[in-house]
Design a protein around this ligand. Structure first.
Ligand code: HEM
Ligand code: NAG
Ligand code: NAG
Length: 485
């Protein structure tokens, strides 16, 4: 008996050693396992991925492999080599990790569904006529929410609030009213969603405390209930985006329970980025007076009163606002593009080096570090420069270089390739419209002019738009005369 236990333990020990003594083979990227067995660098990665990966980049260069919670992840930080990863859909796979995430975060399993079917459906519904209908509905909702928010205040009465809450709640509710069916519960859905969103990074990393796990579970249940329209349980005839989506899932053979759960995934995908983006944009404007002045003088030239039925943002180009948006997203959009190596691959870097990637490992691109915050590409990358994406003649600047080579990817807030954001045009229109409405209808200033933008919440690197730790206090009131800036 003792012998058996002894042998078993020995066997286990050898297995653990074999597993943890992975060494770098010829032509593989530098390997950094970290000191903790199995976990490797997981804690540092979860705490502040940008800081950790910068440290690794300084130590190893543009490509290296780190151990994170049992996985070996090869991180590639040379944007000129990104296409090698983005284009290879044979040896690198994203469906499996995605499936796992959907189950873990949204309790969602879509077994029979072809993985690209959903994407194709979405693309159809955020394009052409559908897109312009959605965008004009969004503009209408933004306007009425903004004005109804102020209907009980006199015109010269200042109100105070946090800029992040203001932006997130307005854009969320307008987006919800545009895409989803129920009109009566936007506020409730928003409040519940924020609880869920706040814990999302922990759900994804599987590091919830018991208490948090309970909160997430109850939030999720609550949202499934709130999002579920009457017709899912056999109701009326309408034709909203939400209804076409549920019909599509039905046709794909997805059962009623999973249809209900898929709505929360869509709520998250469509609503979690625009609000935070608008916050950073306005925050940068409020803390950079020269940028605010440039925007206002551009908007003043739009001649809105000419014809009130024409939307001035549709009929005029706004290169300064576009540059401000690009610059904001460069500083605050932090997606990670992950793939699983399903067949051994040789990765050819732009400098001619070749690296072997092992089957079963993962590959990760983190465009936030490079190109977006790369000092070789963008001078003083930490600094907000409103005209960074403008040429001298006020045309959009799209030529950036690294090592003397022109870059295809000089900023990547929307991802790339097969995973690129489908709602990009919708989002850009909505954010610009929101900023336009706010600046033309409200006077807004910081409560304390010496305030600075709050720092980034470092646990959210990798989850799309960053969010602030804290908020920026602002006061605002309805303008006595709209459009006077
Ligand atoms: C500033 C705003 C936004 C940013 C920065 C952003 C960014 C992204 C990124 C990086 C992805 C790829 C995610 C990945 O690779 O895993 C993505 C996917 C997507 N986004 Fe956006 N997004 C924004 C707003 C929106 C809006 C407003 C909508 C729709 C109303 C939208 C709809 C989608 C959809 C449908 C996908 C595809 C998800 C999939 O492949 O299943 N996005 N977005
Ligand atoms: C990747 O695909 C894009 C677009 O299809 C193409 O322009 C590019 O040359 C490809 N790059 C590589 C390295 O395969
Ligand atoms: C939350 O739900 C998950 C999956 O449904 C379950 O495994 C977990 O035990 C639940 N957590 C709590 C605290 O109830």
């Amino acid at each position: 008996m003792l012998w058996t236990i002894f042998l078993l333990l020995n066997g286990l020990l050898i297995l653990v050693l074999l597993y943890s003594t992975r060494t770098r083979r010829k032509n593989e990227p530098p390997l950094d396992k970290g000191l903790v067995p199995w976990l490797g660098h997981a804690l540092e990665f979860g705490k502040d991925a940008a800081k950790f990966l910068s440290r690794m980049k300084a130590k190893h260069g543009d490509i290296f492999t780190v151990r994170v919670a049992g996985h070996y992840v090869t991180v590639l930080l040379d944007p000129n080599s990104f296409d090698e990863v983005i284009n290879d859909t044979v040896r690198l796979d994203f469906a499996r990790t995605r499936k796992q995430h959907l189950r873990q975060i949204f309790g969602l399993q879509l077994p029979s569904m072809e993985p690209t079917a959903q994407r194709r459906w979405m693309e159809q519904h955020f394009r052409g006529l559908c897109l312009s209908k959605l965008s004009s509905s969004m503009t209408g909702h933004l306007q009425s929410l903004l004005l109804s928010d102020h209907k009980d205040c006199g015109p010269s009465e200042w109100r105070q609030g946090g800029l992040f809450s203001l932006c997130y709640s307005l854009l969320f509710k307008a987006g919800y009213l545009t895409l989803f069916e129920r009109r009566d519960n936007a506020e409730e859905v928003y409040n519940e969603f924020r609880k869920f969103d706040n814990l999302l990074n922990k759900v994804a990393r599987d590091s919830l405390s018991r208490e948090e796990s309970k909160t997430v579970n109850s939030s999720r249940e609550q949202l499934w209930k709130l999002l579920c329209p009457s017709w899912l349980s056999g109701g009326s005839e309408t034709s909203s985006w939400q209804q076409s989506y549920s019909l599509f899932l039905q046709e794909q053979g997805v059962d009623a329970e999973m249809q209900k759960r898929a709505l929360l995934l869509q709520l998250w995908t469509t609503q979690c980025n625009a609000g935070p983006a608008a916050f950073w944009l306005l925050g940068y404007l409020l803390t950079h007076p020269e940028a605010m002045e440039a925007i206002k003088s551009e908007l003043r030239c739009l001649h809105f009163q000419e014809n009130p039925t024409i939307n001035p943002l549709e009929s005029h180009s706004t290169p300064v606002l576009d540059s401000v948006l690009s610059e904001t997203l460069r500083l605050t959009a932090a997606v990670m593009i992950n793939r699983e190596v399903v067949q051994e691959k040789t990765l050819l870097m732009s400098n001619g080096q070749r690296y072997r990637l092992r089957q079963g490992d993962r590959v990760c691109l983190f465009p936030f570090l490079s190109p977006q915050m790369d000092p070789e590409i963008h001078q003083d990358p930490q600094i907000f420069k409103y005209d960074r994406f403008l040429n001298e003649d006020n045309t959009p600047k799209d030529k950036f270089y690294k090592d003397g080579k022109i870059l295809k990817y000089y900023t990547m807030p929307w991802g790339a390739g097969k995973n690129m954001c489908i709602g990009k045009e919708f989002a850009v229109t909505a954010i610009k419209q929101f900023v336009f409405l706010l600046l033309t209808h409200l006077d807004m200033e910081m409560c304390d002019p010496r305030d600075k933008l709050p720092p980034v919440n470092p646990t959210r690197y990798g989850f799309g738009m960053l969010q602030p730790d804290g908020d920026l206090r602002v006061r605002f009131r309805l303008k006595t005369k709209s459009y006077e800036m």
